[in-house]
Design a protein. Sequence first.
Length: 115
Amino acid sequence: MRFEYKVIAAPTKGIKARGVKGSAARFAYGLEAAINELAADNWIYVRAETLPAKEREGLMSKTTVFQNVLVFKRSVSAEEPAPAPVEEIIDDLHKNSVKDDEYSEESSPEQDAHA
């Protein structure tokens, strides 16, 4: 049996609803709503993860922030085509990552004008 996975950003604030009082209850209700929405499409909740991610801070520097995500899975029928091999996906991600790094290290036209 094959599975496909879906990763979404975890809710960061609660949802107001009738009868739901307090920030913790609103947050739990928002999380419940996100999980139930995907469950309606046969996605099964697997786990929550906190993962590091690099983000730009200003023009030249980067900082590491932590993102909270929810992981879901569902079974895939045998008739559906297999996804791209993981190696290809990782190579594409690295290529895009290198392009971002090259861009941040190059001087911008504004910096050249002030030099």
